[in-house]
Write a protein that binds this ligand. Structure first.
Ligand code: CO
Length: 210
């Protein structure tokens, strides 16, 4: 059996098990999804949103990219964000990074990696903003882990800078924004930052005509 065929076999077993446990499992989800959470996570295969939060299909609306970035020109992320906020009306948006993130570590080097340089540039910008704090840390692992935390914080702030989020804050007093970091060593998520609905950010980024 090819490795990919095992995925299809496991899928059949999984679907059968779900129905055995709960006959309404699929019929409940087929017509409607009402997730309370949007998740922006790293594409890293070791950080799956549902598994590590003990949540089920239907509970988390997920967007993943390299190093869980919120880039203001990224049509893909913005489309997911707009749908989550304006149609699904999620109450919480979680940006979840992880210690040891390869994207963050690559952004700290001077190695050219081709196309992805353009993506990692956004992380280099975060490093530059927090250069004094990060460079004061000598241990390389601790240094990159601190940048992981600062990057999550910066991406949460990038969410707050969007008119999509600010408009929902003004009209419906949601969503709250959460910055978390997952630890691959023990499976624990560390909350590092949050901005609650209606909090004020740098006025330069606050739209007053929404
Ligand atoms: Co990563």
């Amino acid at each position: 059996m090819f490795s990919y065929q095992k995925l299809l076999e496991e899928n059949k077993i999984w679907a059968t098990e779900q129905v055995e446990r709960d006959p309404e499992y699929f019929s409940r989800l087929v017509d409607i999804q009402q997730p309370e959470f949007m998740w922006i996570g790293c594409s890293d295969s070791r950080v799956p949103a549902n598994e590590l939060t003990g949540s089920q299909p239907g509970e988390i609306f997920v967007h993943r990219n390299v190093a869980n970035m919120v880039v203001h020109t990224d049509l893909n992320m913005l489309s997911v964000l707009q749908y989550a906020v304006e149609v699904l009306k999620v109450k919480h948006i979680i940006v979840c990074g992880h210690y040891g993130c390869g994207g963050v570590r690559a952004a700290m080097t001077q190695t050219s990696l081709g196309l992805i340089n353009k993506w990692l540039r956004n992380i280099k910008d975060v490093y530059r903003i927090h250069r004094d704090e990060v460079d004061a840390i000598e241990d390389e692992t601790k240094k990159s882990n601190r940048l992981v935390e600062l990057n999550v914080r910066e991406q949460v702030m990038n969410l707050a800078k969007t008119s999509i989020v600010q408009s929902a804050w003004k009209k419906e007093n949601r969503p709250d924004l959460h910055g978390w970091v997952y630890d691959l060593h023990d499976g624990i998520i560390n909350p590092v930052f949050e901005i609650l609905a209606g909090d004020h950010i740098d006025p330069l980024y606050e739209y007053d005509n929404l």
